[in-house]
Design a protein around this ligand. Structure first.
Ligand code: EPS
Length: 352
């Protein structure tokens, strides 16, 4: 049994959509808990005025009845409030009537650091908007809703996941960057408590839990670096100072490995960090080229965040939760929630 997630949606299109399959039947979902995570993602110092337009809420179209999963694909929707201002520009069908609102003129000045140029080249686009709309981190809203579902499943086996921003949150620095019409990045940390030993496998690179968590985090917009446990700092230590000695009860007094050895969880807290680059939409734009004329130009300037590191903490929490839930579904299986929980309990009883 494996858990999977497909998402769709453009930043200023009608809505963001997620389909999760592989959930057990009988999992109780709390709408308010999902919406709370959506609100947490919208908060944080340095977000763009876009967040005053959106008040993200989850809608469920399938897979849930009276608040309990049916064991069938779960379809989640988060609407884009801002779409009202882009109805012509982001109309899925050929728009009717005179051009009005936003997005009516092609974008031809790609932003360094965004997917603009690479996307236009890859897909043969004359309007960079056709790339940037999906590349936008707006998409993370529905991924957070999916992560909230994963957290509900993990809670059934005693796993709690929490993300926090650990660098780049200084409000004075964010104010200074905004005053300079510049942007900032930062670092987030996600910790998962209660993860049993044995999630993931050393058998191959696509089953290693550390590789899977790294991919989950690197797959989030603006993430440029990931480390597990003490990560890069371990490279400067001797082995005697780097590894976590094993006590008679199989636990460790230290956790430099971040809860994963050989690609397998070892029962300690799972600790991962992700580094976010400064956001690429600058109010004082960098040099670029006009794709329509080939002439030198300055990159597109549009409304953007100065910093989104606190949002990334929530998005990274969701990504880690989803990947841990996927690994737990592989290990414990079960079509009904009770089967899943019973398999987890039996496994813990089997461990010495
Ligand atoms: C984003 C640009 C901004 C952000 C957006 C991500 O959007 P807009 O161009 O509409 O101002 O606000 O993030 C969100 C909308 C969100 O909900 O997180 C980008 O280019 O990635």
């Amino acid at each position: 049994m494996t858990l999977s997630l497909v998402t769709a949606g453009e930043s200023h299109g009608p809505a963001l959509v997620a389909i999760l399959s592989g959930l057990p039947a009988g999992l109780v979902l709390d709408r308010e808990a999902i919406d709370r995570d959506l609100r947490r993602r919208q908060e944080g110092y340095g977000r763009s005025p876009r967040q005053r337009i959106e008040s993200d809420e989850v809608e469920v179209l399938a897979g849930l009845r009276h608040g309990r999963t049916l064991g069938t694909p779960l379809a989640l929707v988060v609407r884009n409030g801002d779409h009202a201002n882009w109805e012509w520009g982001m109309s899925p069908w050929p728009p009717e009537g005179e051009p009005s609102g936003k997005g009516t003129k092609p974008v031809t000045l790609p932003r360094p650091g965004h997917a603009d140029l690479a996307g236009a080249q890859k897909y043969g686009l004359a309007d960079v908007r056709d790339a940037l709309e999906r590349a936008s981190a707006r998409q993370t809203a529905v991924a957070v809703a999916a992560g909230a579902v994963a957290k509900a499943l993990l809670r059934e086996i005693g796993v709690e996941v929490e993300g926090t921003a650990v660098a780049g949150t200084d409000s004075a620095e964010i104010d200074a960057a905004r005053a300079d019409r510049d942007t900032l990045g930062g670092v987030v940390e996600v910790r998962a408590r209660g993860v049993p030993p044995g999630l993931g496998s050393y058998a191959s690179k696509d089953t290693r839990l550390d590789a899977r968590l790294a991919a989950a985090l690197m797959g989030i917009q603006a993430v440029k670096g990931v480390e597990i446990g003490d990560g890069f700092a371990l490279a400067t230590l001797r082995g005697s100072a780097a590894h976590d000695e094993i006590e008679p009860d199989r636990r460790r007094a230290t956790n430099r490995a971040g809860g994963i050895e050989g690609g397998v969880s070892n029962g300690e807290e799972v600790v991962v960090r992700a580094a976010m680059k400064p956001l690429p939409t600058l109010m004082r734009p960098l040099r670029s080229v006009d794709l329509a004329t080939g002439e030198p130009g300055e990159a597109l300037v549009e409304r953007s965040d100065t910093s989104a590191v606190e949002a990334l903490a929530v998005v990274a929490e969701a990504a880690v939760a989803f990947e841990l839930a996927r690994a737990a579904r592989e290990k414990f299986g079960g079509d009904a929630l009770g089967d899943f929980v019973a398999a987890h309990r039996a496994y813990l009883e089997r461990l010495p």
